[in-house]
Design a binder for this molecule. Structure first.
Ligand code: SF4
Length: 260
């Protein structure tokens, strides 16, 4: 494999993305609120699953103000099926801050917005040359750019960020990277050249089992609540307690009811 200057990889990445990048609904907007919604929904949920939720959400609440004014129970109902409902509550809390006070200078001051989501807003809404580093991008940087990121060409912040998302999802995957199956950055890839892709893959923190977990039990209860609007606490008192403590459900007598 001939040596290639490290800087070549970025133009190749951009060229590949321009030709083959996925057409996703949140890529058709540069609106900060829409990007925030997409990024929060995409945390821990796969792209294909998020698409219908994102579209339904934006149709129902197209602005931070409209989401801020919605009853939380309705927000949780539309969220149901995406998992981790605290994300929905935080998203609404963030929308309320934005609707009342505008976007804070430090985006991480918003509820539920950590460094990754803040970087994603700056990159995908504002077009800044900031790379949002999630586990996929961290993996690419470790395998393909161990010497550090060679630099983002002027005006290409958005495209670089989106291209890295696609590369991590489609080619430079955790378990079955397509190094010799057509990866657009194969030429000059230090990890693949050294036959060391596996060992240059950052280790993921092991996740606990979902089956039978409190997370699953809370999800089941919230699902019933979304459907029936009233569920006896006695169905699963511990899960009900956890939902009440997180403000994701309210109590009326012996029943759980949606929060308003
Ligand atoms: S060649 Fe393999 S390790 Fe290198 S960027 Fe492509 S998929 Fe990732």
């Amino acid at each position: 494999m001939p040596a290639t200057p490290p800087g070549d990889a970025v133009p190749r990445l951009l060229e590949w993305f321009a030709a083959e990048g996925a057409d996703l609904p949140w890529r058709r907007t540069r609106d900060r609120y829409a990007v925030l919604v997409a990024e929060v929904q995409l945390q821990s949920t796969q792209v294909a699953r998020v698409i219908p939720y994102f579209e339904a959400w934006m149709e129902r609440w197209p602005t931070a103000r409209s989401l801020a004014d919605a009853p939380l129970g309705e927000v949780l109902t539309l969220w149901h099926g995406l998992g981790y409902p605290r994300r929905a509550r935080n998203l609404q809390a963030a929308a309320r801050v934005v609707a009342e006070h505008g976007w804070p200078e430090r985006l991480t001051d918003l509820p539920g917005v950590g460094p990754y989501t803040a970087a994603a807003i700056r990159c995908f809404a504002d077009g800044e040359a900031v790379i949002p580093v999630d586990t996929n991008v961290e993996r690419i940087l470790s395998r393909r750019f161990p010497e550090g990121w060679p630099g983002t060409p002027d005006g290409q912040g958005w495209a670089v960020g989106q291209a890295l998302m696609d590369l991590g999802r489609l080619w430079c995957t955790a378990r079955a990277p397509g190094c010799d199956g057509g990866c657009p950055l194969r030429e000059g890839c230090p990890a693949a050249d050294a036959g060391a892709v596996e060992e240059r893959t950052p280790r993921k923190r092991p996740q606990g089992r979902y089956e039978g977990s409190m997370r699953q039990r809370r999800g089941v209860l919230l699902g019933r609540l979304a459907q029936d609007r009233r569920v006896p606490v006695s169905v699963d008192p511990d899960a009900a307690e956890a939902l009440l403590a997180d403000g994701l459900a309210a109590r009326e007598g012996a029943d759980l009811v949606p929060v308003s």
